[in-house]
Design a binder for this molecule. Sequence first.
Ligand code: SF4
Ligand code: SF4
Length: 195
Amino acid sequence: MGSFKLGKMTMRSLFHKPATVKYPYEKRDLERMFPDLRGHVQCDIDTCILCGICSRACPVGAIAVDRKGGTWEIDPYRCVQCASCVRECPKKCLSMSTECAPATTELSVTTIHKPAAPAKGAAVGGAGAGAGATGAASGQGARPKSKLTPEQEARVAAARARKAAKDAAAVVASAGASKDDAAAEAPAAKSEVTK
Ligand code: SF4
Ligand code: SF4
């Protein structure tokens, strides 16, 4: 490098702001400067179904999923920001934040707890406690009825019509049987009278 070029660089550095900032007190707008930057993995636990695919996709074993315990865990100091987990997640609840993992003096694991789903049929809120069984049966906890397709509706209507016809036939048959019984009893009574 020629001395002229070196002098030019030195002069430019003298009159420019420093290239570094006092992190973490001062931060740069990394999102704007480097839109494709891979900071750290973020998980939207509300969307996560704890399937564990991200954990199997991670080449360094940085993610642990405990379905029974309802936790999603990442070791940010083991993660190499390859984004395999983000690509493989079927619910698209993982993303690469442009923010770097916070500065720390101790290595730690980040654990996110999935909120427990409300119990089936349980009344929502404390106000409905007195409502008891009716609140549980007809309240918001009840599963919404699924809508039938036109084909299924036609099948249900046909089955109902068949059942109605069968019931009507049964009623007619029982009425006929009672008539026959009455007719059979009548001569017997007559014969008794004649004796
Ligand atoms: S792959 Fe996605 S949905 Fe499955 S456990 Fe991981 S973050 Fe949750
Ligand atoms: S970004 Fe890569 S290394 Fe980090 S948790 Fe996801 S799969 Fe593992």
